[in-house]
Structure formats: C-alpha cells, structure tokens
Design a protein around this ligand. Structure first.
Ligand code: NAP
Length: 557
C-alpha cells in the first residue's frame, strides 16, 4: 500500500479531502496545548512515503496554528540529537513525550497517529484506572517498539497501548511504532514474521493484539502476562451493570446488521466486541460479491457498516464476553468493561481460522506461518509464500499476495478448487502457481523462521521440500462457540449453533447469526441472519412464542 500523493485536482493543493479537513479543524480547535512535530526525511529512501509524510503533516499544520511541524533532514544536528536515522520518522511533541513513528503513518496507522496527536495535546493517556495503577509501579526505563503494517486491523490497538503508556509515563516510557513496509530490514533484524509484533525489551517480545492491562503488565514486568487476564477481568468489572433489551455479541456483519434492526424496532441494544470491529471480513483483502460494492477492501466495508450501526447503537470494543449466564430471567454477560444485563442475547461470534495440524505450524506461528494475508503479506514482498487451501479464502489471499509482489504458490489437496470460478480465473490470469493433489505434511525452518514446506504429492506418491519464506494457511474455519456452550445451546456435528429459520436457538431468547451458524458463510447471509435474529428478538420480547398463551416477557424491565 504505497501511498499515492494526488493533489493536482484540488485548487488549494490539499492532500486531505475536504470533509476530513473540516472535521480535523474542529478537533484541533479544541486543543488546549499546541502539538509540535518533527518530521525527518532523506531523499533516496522510501521516497513515496517521505512525500506522503511531508504532505500529510503539512496539511495538518495548515488546518490549525495549534499543530506545528519542523521538516528536517536526516543528516541534520537535530536528527543526531534525537537519535533519528530512518526516513521518514515523525516525532510527536518531542520536548514533552517520547512517541516516534518510524515510517509514514499510512493506512490503519493514520488513525493511530491522529489519536496520538490528541493524547499529545491533552497530556492525558486515556489508560484505564487499572492500567494507570499498574504503570505507576514502573521504576525503570522502557522503550516498547510495535511493528505494524498499513492494512493490519489488529495493529492500531497495540500501537495505541504503547503510545498511551508513553503519554502516561513520559519520564520512563518511549514508544516507537515501526512500519514494516518501509523498514523491512528492521523486521528482518528482529525476526518479525507477523504483526503486530511488540518488543518490550531485549528478551521479551509478544505477538498479536493484547488487552491494554496485559500490555501494561508485560511492559512493567517484561514477562508473559496471559495468565493474569482472568484476574484482570474480574477486577475491571463495572459497578453498575448495563441493562438492555438485546445484547449482541460480536461486531461482524451479522452483529452490526442486527444492531441496526434491533434499534430501529425499538429495542435497546448494545454490541460487545473483543477484537477488531468487522470480524473476519476486516481481514479480507478484497470483497467483490457484496451487492453495491463491485470491489471493496473488507476493512473498508466493515467501517461503513460499523458507522451505520453506530448511528443506532453503542458498540463496546475491547469487551470480550468472558462468561454468560441466565439469572432471574435475564442474561448476565461479563466483560472486562463491566457486566451487561440483557433480556435477550444474540450470538454473532463468528468463526476462527482452522489450523492445518501439520508439524511446525505452532513452532513457526508468527515466524513465517500466518493466517492473515492482509496483516502479514507486506513482510514477504519480493519473497516466496505458499497458500494452503482451495476455498475462497485461499484464492483471495493468494491474489492479494501476488499483487503485493510475493511469489505465490497455492497448495491444495484435491485436483480442483472449491473457490468460486471468478477467483479461479483471476488466479490463472495472474499466473499464480498451483500444486493440486498435494498436502503440506510439515513446515520446516531454522532456529528463527520458516524456510520450507514438505509437500506430499498424492498423485505421484512422492514427497519433496518446497523452499518458502511464508505459509499462509486458509483451510477453513471453526466456530467460536465457547459462549454457545456456556449457554448450553444445541450445536450441530461441526460445532455450529443450530437455529431455526428465524435464527432462534434451542434456548428461548437466545439467537445466533452469521458464521457461528455455519452454512454458506457469506457476508450477505450474515447480514441477513443478523437482521432476522433482531426481528425475532423484537417479536419474542413482546410476545414470547415459547410460553403457552404468550402475553409478554416477565423478565422485562
Ligand atoms: P472453505 O470454503 O471451507 O475451504 C477450505 C479449504 O481448505 C478447502 O479447499 C478444503 O479442502 C481445504 N482444507 C480443509 N482442511 C484441510 C486440511 N487439513 N489440509 C488441507 N486442506 C484443507 O473455507 P474458506 O475458504 O475459508 O471459506 C469459508 C467461507 O467463507 C466460505 O463459505 C467462503 O465462501 C467464504 N468466503 C467468502 C469470500 C468471498 O466471497 N469474498 C472470501 C473468503 C471466504 P477441500 O476442498 O478438500 O475440502
């Protein structure tokens, strides 16, 4: 995603569109404290990104005198003084805090950057009370570095956690956000094979997005803190439960469309989401079969849907539902953001990637083995990757990788793809290599990363190593059914929740929609199921079909 600088059509020479400029002007007017930035560039390295960084920051400074920037050369005294040796590098309020963007904040990091700008102005970190309490215990310097790519939806959360810590403890914490696309040598040096990848210190690195409090604990202790999660969840329960008619778990297409339909029907509703908004679709490079959008990045489509849902309902993020139980006719859903109490529940928790189960898969996860081509594809530009699978995900991933400049081979166990023909034609047109009738029986590598896959050719009856730098696994999905099990819902043989035509599950006032119910697993069907489920909830809360004679829901407020 090399940024393109197109200003020719704008008479004012602006890069940012007018509506963005208007919103930012209003935002900057609220700044009490001006924010200074230093932008370092050197020509000949990352030129398009340098251009993007200078143009983007120049636009911001033109919008308000409270946003100021100095444009400096990499061989300047200032660069030496600040220890800057990468182009482009942006320092935020460098005399007050230590927040560094190594690389232009393109794509997802554009928003991270704007949030960082706000935090730099207010001087308030926005960390939770518990995080602030934990961070107050820090007594030594820390310099977390978060490696990101422009299309990774998990990256901004991790980057912002680092930035918030730097704002909260400017005396001890320096945060650096490293764009891998612009700094592949740094990624190589630190053996970054997936994003977000966080270096907390010399000997402690972590993969993936983590809840804020866990980030802080790992920053302070330099140790894995995954085991403290349950404890933290208990500590962060809000004192007053939120009370709604319908709690929707999951902010993918099913959950978001349900939110719109529920609210428009007159139900009070809330959407609870533990991961990035948009679910699996956010990780899909391109969607070409959602009516109304000939071709749209999955992330973009979900942003549009989420914005629409927000017009009606509150979406609570970072709110993984840890537990669900029915008490006195209401459902109590416990999250780290508090306990939500609802008359009815819609589970739209989707599905997760299915693992291949080959030796080496776990060993090299994050070090060449990936389940997200949108996130990690950038790391393998100019290198080799194999994609395992024969469905729509495998072919969409392979096409995305090919377009990024990755030498891509698909390995599929049958002699034909199950992916839709349009994708098969595109893959053939792009000259993507295919090995049919073949299975990856092992993923091999050195002490750091993947170097090859061992492939068994079932037609020829031979096994041979195929050198590769990455393995993208796209062999289907398994339902996220933990909550469904907790609520003792009836599941089918594949673990998908059984529903009737109106998306009612085996338990009264519990509904399921989207990938969790199996079936064709399309965005368009998830949207449809979400709306049906919300309408059923509306019908049932007023006139419970499961009670003889109906007559209203006794568990109502
Ligand atoms: P999928 O359609 O279930 O395909 C999974 C593929 O992985 C199949 O080709 C399967 O082989 C193969 N596979 C399964 N287990 C394997 C193993 N252990 N070893 C090797 N290969 C294995 O999954 P998906 O591609 O992730 O798609 C899931 C759903 O999402 C589908 O309904 C799909 O249409 C939808 N989707 C839609 C889009 C889109 O429309 N833009 C994009 C992505 C996904 P077999 O063929 O031999 O079973």
């Amino acid at each position: 995603m090399t940024p393109q600088i197109e200003k020719k059509d704008d008479p004012g020479g602006w890069f940012l569109p007018e509506d963005t400029r208007t919103a930012l002007t209003e935002l900057f007017a609220t700044f009490q404290t001006p924010v200074d930035m230093e932008v370092f560039t050197a020509s000949g390295v990352n030129d398009s990104y340098n251009d993007f960084a200078r143009t983007f920051i120049t636009d911001l400074t033109r919008l308000s005198p409270k946003v100021r920037a100095r444009f400096l050369n990499l061989d300047s005294d200032e660069a030496r003084k600040r220890g800057v040796d990468r182009s482009p590098t942006i320092l935020l309020a460098p005399n007050r805090i230590s927040v560094r963007f190594t690389g232009a904040p393109a794509g997802e990091e554009g928003r991270t950057f704007m949030t960082a700008l706000i935090l730099a102005s207010t001087g308030k970190s926005g960390l939770s009370d518990l995080s602030r309490e934990l961070l107050a215990k820090l007594t030594e310097k820390r310099d977390p570095r978060v490696f990101v790519t422009p299309a990774c939806p998990y990256c901004p959360g991790q980057a912002l956690a680092a930035i918030k810590c730097a704002v909260e403890r400017p005396d001890l914490v320096s945060a650096e956000i490293v764009e891998i696309d612009e700094n592949p040598d740094l990624a190589e040096r630190h053996n970054v094979g997936s994003v977000p990848h966080t270096l907390f210190g010399e000997d402690h690195a972590a993969l993936g997005l983590m809840p804020e409090e866990r980030f802080v604990v790992e920053l302070v202790t330099l140790q894995d803190a995954s085991e403290f999660l349950g404890e933290m969840a208990a500590q962060t329960q809000g004192p007053t439960p939120e009370r709604v008619d319908l709690a929707i778990v999951g902010a993918g297409p099913a959950g978001l469309s349900a939110a719109i339909y529920a609210a428009r029907s007159g139900l009070s509703a809330v959407v609870l989401e533990g991961g990035p908004i948009g679910g699996q679709v956010s990780l899909t490079p391109t969607v070409e079969n959602y009516p109304g959008f000939a071709s749209v990045p999955g992330k973009k489509l979900m942003e549009i849907m989420a914005a629409h849902a927000r017009e009606y309902t509150h979406i609570v993020t970072d709110a993984q539902v840890e537990d669900a139980a029915e008490e006195n006719g209401r459902f109590e859903l416990r999250t780290r953001k508090g306990t939500f109490s609802a008359r009815a529940v819609l589970l739209a928790t989707g599905a997760a990637y299915r693992a291949l189960g080959a030796p080496g898969e776990d060993r090299y996860r994050g070090f060449g083995v990936s389940f997200c081509s949108s996130c990690d594809g950038y790391l393998y530009k100019g290198r080799r990757a194999v994609v395992v699978g024969g469905g729509n995900t495998a072919l969409t991933d392979a096409l995305h990788l090919k377009h990024l400049g990755v030498e891509t081979t698909i390995i599929h166990r049958r002699d034909a793809f199950r992916a839709e023909k349009h994708l098969q034609d595109s893959a053939a047109r792009e000259g993507i290599g295919v090995r049919f009738n073949s299975e990856v029986v092992e993923i091999t590598g050195d002490d750091k990363k993947v170097t090859a896959v061992r492939v068994r050719d079932n037609a020829a009856g031979t096994t041979a190593d195929l050198p590769t730098d990455a393995v993208f696994i796209a062999v289907g999905h398994v339902p996220n059914n933990d909550l469904a099990k907790k609520l003792e819902l009836e599941l089918d043989g594949g673990g998908f929740v059984s529903v009737d035509r109106a998306m009612r599950t085996s338990r009264p006032r519990v509904y399921a929609a989207g990938d969790l119910t199996g079936g064709s697993m399309q965005i368009v069907t998830a949207v449809s199921e979400g709306s049906l489920a919300a309408l059923s909830a509306f019908e049932d809360l007023g006139k419970p079909y499961w009670k003889e004679g109906g007559g209203g829901d006794s568990a109502g407020d």
